[in-house]
Design a protein around this ligand. Structure first.
Ligand code: SF4
Length: 191
């Protein structure tokens, strides 16, 4: 018999018909509906970060997260660490350039995404960037908060294992690019 689903329901425990009634301390205490005691849920911390979807010739730059921590060994768009204030596209361009040794132009679109995990609420600012000059090799930060262990240019996210948020980011960036393109065509056409 599934006691929790049949007799010992949270609001109306049927103690009179319960085979455990002689052993039950909640019933002895006279207030079985108060058990089990619910623990107060801690506040889920909010983590903010900035991801930059860098592309060149139809390929996206992905970086592989290191072992340990969140999303280990999964690939993601280059992501800057936490920042107390919103960074300007110029500042993001400077930081991405410094982080990866890459000359890329960050577009001024500013997409905001939320991603709920069990223990934290992630808030992303997302930018798209195009490479102006691609170096022979991307230099990866091998230590510190923005540490990565590998990089790869991919045409499709299915080429590597990624977290759900990375797909969400790409979908938003693509839709934003299409909207901007249509806006541009409409402006050129004088619509
Ligand atoms: S006796 Fe105890 S276990 Fe049985 S229904 Fe009542 S509270 Fe639940």
């Amino acid at each position: 018999m599934e006691l929790g689903a049949t007799l010992c329901t949270p609001r109306h425990p049927a103690c009179g018909s319960c085979p455990l009634r002689r052993l039950c301390r909640a019933r002895d205490a006279g207030n079985p509906q108060m058990f089990p005691v619910k623990t107060a849920r801690g506040k889920v911390p909010r983590v903010t970060c900035t991801s930059v979807a860098v592309r060149q010739n139809g390929k996206w730059l992905l970086l592989r997260r290191p072992a340990g921590g969140l999303w280990e060994h999964l690939w993601e768009f280059p992501t800057l660490g936490r920042s107390k204030k919103d960074l300007s596209p110029t500042e993001i361009q400077r930081r991405i350039g410094r982080m990866l040794g890459l000359d890329a132009r960050v577009q001024s679109q500013d997409i905001r995404l939320r991603h709920q995990l069990t223990h934290r609420r992630m808030e992303y600012r997302v930018f798209a960037a195009t490479v102006i000059r691609r170096p022979e090799k991307i230099s990866l930060p091998l230590c510190g908060p923005g540490r990565y262990e590998a990089y790869r240019w991919v045409a499709d996210l299915d080429e590597v294992p990624v977290a759900g948020i990375t797909r969400k980011i790409l979908a938003e960036v693509r839709s934003n690019l299409v909207t901007r393109r249509h806006g541009k065509i409409a402006r050129l056409a004088g619509v």
